[in-house]
Design a protein around this ligand. Sequence first.
Ligand code: PLP
Length: 386
Amino acid sequence: MNVDAPDFTALRADFPRARTAAYLDNASSHPISVHSAAALHRYIGWLTDEVGDPWWPQWAATRDEAKLLFAQLINARPEEIAFARSTVESESNLLNGMGEYLAGGNVVTNDLHYGAALYNYQMRLQDGLELRVVKNRNWRIELEDMAKAIDHNTRLVSISLVSNVNGLLAQVKEISELAHAHGALLYADIIQAAGAVPIDVRAMGIDMAACSTFKWLMGVKGFGFLYVRADLQNTVVKPTQHSGGVRQNYPPWTAAPDPAIPEISHTPVPGPGCYEVSYPSYEGAVCAQESLRYILRLGVPHIRAHVRGLAERLQEELPAIGYTSITPRGNESSILAFVAKDPEATMARTRAAGVHVAMRYGDKLRLSPSVYNNHEDIDRLLAALR
Ligand SMILES: Cc1ncc(COP(=O)(O)O)c(C=O)c1O
């Protein structure tokens, strides 16, 4: 990891989006860098001009490096990383694979977890799942409320490490200690955290996690990563989907059937590949490989320090012009949210000024600066809102 702070002014050139807008909505979709775009162009060049057998020769190296770099990013081991299609789908697949383990127990989550993930649990109530949703108090999740909800029948605690609603960075270590003290596991949705805040699954006590790459990993949609602690693979978390090789051991599929094996046999993929179905997105992996190199080169602590400078200014200046913050002061993520008195006027003014922001849940102005944003972007936003 880079020990010297990168030149954040110079790296603005890596993101052409910075030239066309003061883009402050990276929590929705982060632009990809010119480096990732070049890698994608190289792959598309091969697809266009050279595709054929043997399949893309760089695949094995790309796959291995992408997993290795992601493992490095979250302090996991490469054997604990699978490719995934989406964060929400991964959490759902994990739940499906934990059917036996969850049976008769309860799951504890909170209302700053992602909406679709919460609904995923809600849908399972009809199958007998006991769900406890801790409500936020003044936009924070209080540890004492989590402690009251977690008991010896809790099998799983599920949180967003960084909330998409107000950017709250969870007190993950304390929550994991609570979970583990009761024999429960901790799952973290890390899509709003990976690449933006330091993650150490070991130190934080995260047992399973997932994200896709189109936010702070500066990648594409429909591709991401799943982390499952090694000892949980194939034990607590069973694979639920077919992966690996299927052999049809009878004519006309084979000229010489092997009497020692059944007519149809399946060889499962060892390791975390057991959670992968068919081919992953090569485009996603190519992009992730390059963007992970980029993020690790910059260093997540430097990324966070840069963004904190911008975030603290937003926390200071927006309330002064009538936008009440719903993000706790000193919160260490890249997302901030404020209540807008007149959401339509706010959106009209920012749009007219070439400032790109998000308005969520009716009146919550969400701002999410990233590596290439600077104080001029914040000046533009403030001028539009005043
Ligand atoms: C906290 C959180 N989880 C999950 C998602 C959805 O991610 P995916 O498309 O990878 O399922 C989002 C996207 O907005 C999010 O903010």
